[in-house]
Design a protein around this ligand. Structure first.
Ligand code: 48F
Length: 265
């Protein structure tokens, strides 16, 4: 059968619009498709929640692809290895307490498991603001990354979500927007974004998990964004904290969603 370009075009348009129409009213919207966001997406979708991931870049996977300084291997500490194993990523013992994984296998497998669990990823879409109500955040404001890059004056569109997860890594973009729009109201010691500190791998990995929590009504932080929000240090190319943070934020958001009155669903 000869291929018809009109059908190819129509198939893409129909399927994309079907996909994006299906996520206009989410349980949880995850911003950032790095390790923390992908694991959170996988866990929440596996638990039956309606969730989608929004990623500014064309490529998903965040800071995983290049390992450390483009040496494409990542290090994962023992406590977090089970997350990679659960998702089907091979790990190798390097020395007691330290495991390694191929960065490309990790990024691609986490991406695949997230989507296959039922959390679609919308790449090349930037989150530029939140939808706000007196009770807190109830959604995201999104626009094409290409529109932002071109500096075009084009209004964005909005997605409703009962919970939002900022998993934007070092950028901490959702928290930054909230801080700008409603100053001094973050649940941090100063009420503001505390800012990321210089590298201290051990402390940073511990704090990443501790700092994974809610930071404003309807808003949770995970991964490096959690440390940047609460003033924790950076950790370098060790990824266990990111994986465990993705799991933890999924559990917190699941419990939060279950606690909401039914009528708000
Ligand atoms: O940076 P990223 O991988 O965050 P993470 O999951 O993991 C951090 C590590 O990669 C590494 C580290 C320790 O191992 O320090 O940096 O916390 O992924 C964050 C993703 O969010 C996207 C960004 O492109 C990246 O892929 N992102 C950032 N801002 C936005 C965004 C935005 N406004 N809208 C959509 N995506």
């Amino acid at each position: 059968m000869p291929l018809d370009e009109r059908i190819i075009t129509k198939a893409i348009i129909d399927r994309y619009f079907e996909k994006i129409r299906g996520i206009l009213n989410l349980d949880a919207a995850i911003v950032g498709a790095g390790p923390a966001g992908l694991v959170a997406g996988y866990c929440l979708a596996s638990a039956g929640k309606k969730v989608a991931v929004f990623e500014r870049k064309l490529s998903v996977g965040g800071g995983m692809w290049g390992g450390g300084m483009l040496f494409n291997e990542i290090v994962v500490q023992e406590e977090a290895c089970h997350v990679l194993e659960e998702l089907g990523v091979s790990t190798r013992l390097y020395q007691e307490g330290y495991y390694t994984a191929d960065a490309v296998e990790t990024a691609s497998t986490l991406t695949s498991r997230c989507v296959k669990a039922g959390a679609p990823i919308f790449n090349a879409l930037s989150v530029e603001d939140v939808v706000m109500r007196p009770e807190g955040i109830v959604g995201l404001v999104v626009n094409w990354t290409a529109v932002n890059m071109a500096g075009l004056h084009v209004d964005p569109l909005a997605i409703r979500a009962r919970a939002v997860i900022d998993a934007t890594g070092h950028d901490t973009e959702v928290v930054s927007v909230v801080q700008k729009k409603v100053p001094g109201r973050l649940k941090t010691p100063s009420g503001s974004l505390e800012g990321e500190k210089s590298m201290w791998s051990d402390e940073a990995e511990r704090l990443t998990l501790e700092n994974t929590r809610d930071v404003f009504p309807g808003l949770f932080v995970a991964g490096m964004a959690a440390n940047a929000t609460f003033g924790g240090p950076r950790m370098g190319p060790i990824f266990g904290g990111m994986l465990l943070s993705g799991k933890k934020v999924a559990e917190l958001v699941f419990a939060y969603l279950e606690s909401l009155p039914k009528e708000s669903s």
